[in-house]
Design a protein around this ligand. Structure first.
Ligand code: 3EB
Length: 341
């Protein structure tokens, strides 16, 4: 008998293979994101695939993260959001130019509008946000007397507040990285299931960061835990070399990488405590690693191998991280199937 297709599967594949996905494979694609420099015209308007301008390691091809599901799917559009939904899962993406409409910085206004529109969609269809991926250029640059990451945080939090959502506690997992160009890009995964936020006992919750990091704390949890198709799945937010609320190991990428991995290990332990049957382990997660300086890649790869061994899936990208003193950020997910179908 053929094994039943998993309710959620992550496949990492070269962008060049996207166009040759067979019709039966395409029908099961929930959505995803492709990374290349410059961003590729994907020619997949029927699927919510985000095209992000991000630099890959030397010699590496444009790469896509594609989420597949066994659920029958339908595509749709809500304003500028492209999405695809099944009975229990929804994936959406939106790419917007930053436009000034009023006195607010354009990035802040665009972020708030994008999140408001996403929340409208999720509320109308009864899905809970599980994981957001946020990408926009010049994340550490200042404009309108404020760092752009801080502008983003204000816009995001205002959208949560406008929709009567809590900005502490049960908030979605996320990451926010600097892209090499383009506008504001957001992808999100949502489920018709209860989502549990997981925090890291080694870190102050990001939504409680003190105001020295910005007038509004970032609205994200350290991880989201959800049970889908009888399986526990874990979505770990972008994780950096932060203990308490402080950046550790300034200028030392090897130690920062190890601190990231200690933090991920702590989140995994916390998730296993909440979902005792799950058995999340560092070596059965799929990783995405964002390295600020291309010259640090060799060191980060070595530290990853030393700490984890041979993880089932890793993507390396070059991106600016949301604090100028952070050299590396690592995200991960597990519990879903990983690899080609
Ligand atoms: C940190 O822990 C590092 O603003 O959505 C990690 C994950 C970070 C998500 C976000 C930011 C975000 O504060 C930065």
């Amino acid at each position: 008998m053929m094994p039943a297709e998993a309710i959620l599967r992550l496949e990492v594949l070269p962008a060049s293979r996207l166009s040759s996905l067979a019709a039966d494979e395409r029908s099961g694609v929930l959505g995803g994101a492709c990374f290349s420099h410059p961003a590729l015209p994907l020619g997949t308007a029927d699927l919510p695939l985000l095209a992000v301008d991000m630099v890959l390691p030397p010699g590496e091809e444009a790469i896509c993260e594609v989420w597949h599901t066994a659920e029958p799917l339908e595509s749709g559009q809500h304003g500028t959001i492209r999405y695809r939904q099944g009975e229990t899962l929804l994936f959406g993406c939106v790419s917007l130019d930053e436009v000034a409409g009023d006195a607010r910085p354009p990035l802040q206004a665009t972020t708030e509008a994008a999140y408001q529109s996403i929340f409208e969609l999720l509320e109308a269809r009864g899905y809970h946000a599980l994981r957001f991926w946020n990408y926009f250029p010049a994340i550490n640059q200042e404009s309108h007397h404020k760092e752009r990451y801080r502008q983003f945080n204000i816009g995001r939090q205002d959208a949560f507040l406008a929709h009567g959502r809590s900005v502490i506690g049960n908030v979605p997992a996320a990451c926010a990285l600097g892209s090499a160009g383009g506008g504001l890009h957001i992808a999100f995964l949502a489920a018709r299931a209860h989502v549990t936020s997981v925090e890291n006992p080694r870190q102050v919750s990001a939504y409680h960061y003190p105001s020295q990091y910005g007038p509004r704390s970032p609205t994200f949890s350290r991880a989201g835990l959800v049970k889908l198709g009888g399986r526990d799945m874990l979505f770990i937010s972008g994780t950096a070399s932060i203990v308490g609320h402080q950046t550790l190991h300034h200028g030392d990428v090897a130690t920062q990488t190890r601190e990231c991995l200690h933090n991920i290990a702590a989140i995994v332990a916390e998730a296993n405590r909440r979902a005792p049957g799950a058995d999340f382990r560092l070596d059965n997660l799929a990783y995405k690693v964002y390295v600020r300086q291309p010259g640090h890649l060799v060191t980060v790869r070595r530290e990853m191998a030393q700490f984890i061994g041979d993880p089932v899936s890793v993507i390396y990208l070059q991106a600016d991280v949301c604090r100028a003193d952070l050299l590396v950020e690592i995200e991960a997910s597990g519990g879903h199937a990983i690899g080609p179908g």
